[in-house]
Design a protein around this ligand. Structure first.
Ligand SMILES: Nc1ncnc2c1ncn2[C@@H]1O[C@H](COP(=O)(O)OP(=O)(O)OP(=O)(O)O)[C@@H](O)[C@H]1O
Ligand SMILES: O=c1ccn([C@@H]2O[C@H](COP(=O)(O)O)[C@@H](O)[C@H]2O)c(=O)[nH]1
Ligand SMILES: [Mg+2]
Length: 239
């Protein structure tokens, strides 16, 4: 049994997520209780479903982390939530945020926390699983702070797939999934954003003693053999 010490989805009544220059400043995270959507800001609250949940962040753009997440799901029964996939789904569904998200992804920039956190929490709340792999998020300190304030909790641990730039570029350019950001211009921008905004998140969790750095070079099997003990140890601790 996995156990989580502090996970309650606690809202902050005074929460205001700021993304300078964005019209998505106000946080509109809906929780669905008895079918009726509520604003997180209006809730004084705890989501009982997420007490005892296990939250793992998985970081490292173009490193093969999505591929490893599939193995973790298979072996350890986690629910995989790729923030990038959730955002791309919004684009395909042409929701109110669709165009803004598409433009942001094309530029390799970061979608405002208000939008991404909303999508992640919606998936968590509709899942019966209580073990979550949140892939590709948080992308910035602002993302991280927003998530932690809204949920009232930190991740249990964080995996960082450490991949040399050259290998990342090679992998992404040969991915062939028709992603709008899998081209050399956007990749260069994503790498800059990663260094400027995502690495501080990695450093933060390293200081908190929560970071597991995985060498992302090698075969999928070799990499999974570094990942497996992290989850096996946590499973044992919780037993
Ligand atoms: N160990 C590996 N060696 C070589 N190629 C790999 C390895 N793992 C994954 N790949 C390939 O690299 C590409 C990127 O992998 P994946 O989509 O899992 O990365 P990602 O970290 O999720 O990327 P992104 O951050 O862009 O979503 C895919 O084509 C995948 O098949
Ligand atoms: O939390 C997030 C996650 C992703 N994005 C945007 O999506 C692309 C693609 O993300 P992947 O994790 O590589 O699938 C990323 O470059 C960002 O533009 C985001 O804004 N916030
Ligand atoms: Mg991915």
């Amino acid at each position: 049994m996995w156990k989580r010490a502090t996970a309650t989805l606690k809202s902050s009544l005074s929460l205001h997520i700021t993304n300078e220059g964005s019209k998505y400043n106000a946080f509109h995270c809906h929780r669905f209780i008895s079918g009726s959507p509520l604003h997180f800001q209006e809730m004084n609250g705890i989501c009982p479903k997420h007490v005892d949940s296990v939250i793992t962040f998985v970081l490292g753009p173009g490193s093969g982390k999505g591929t490893q997440c599939a193995r973790i799901v298979e072996t350890f029964g986690f629910k995989h939530l790729s923030a990038g996939d959730l955002l791309r789904k919004e684009v395909v569904s042409a929701t109110e945020y669709g165009t803004m998200i598409l433009d942001t992804i094309r530029e390799g920039k970061i979608v405002p926390s208000a939008v991404t956190v909303k999508l992640i929490l919606r998936e968590m709340e509709s899942s019966d699983n209580h073990k979550f792999l949140i892939d590709g998020f948080p992308r910035s300190e602002e993302n991280r702070i927003a998530f932690e304030r809204i949920t009232g909790s930190e991740p249990d641990f964080v995996l960082f797939f450490d991949c040399p730039e050259e290998e990342m570029v090679k992998r992404v350019l040969s991915r062939n999934q028709g992603r709008i950001d899998d081209n050399i211009d956007t990749i260069k921008k994503r790498l800059k954003v990663f260094e400027a905004l995502n690495l501080p998140v990695v450093d933060h969790y390293e200081r908190r003693g929560k970071l597991h750095r995985i060498n992302a070079v090698g075969t999928e099997d070799e990499i999974f053999e570094q990942v497996r003990p992290v989850f096996a140890a946590c499973e044992q601790t919780a037993a």
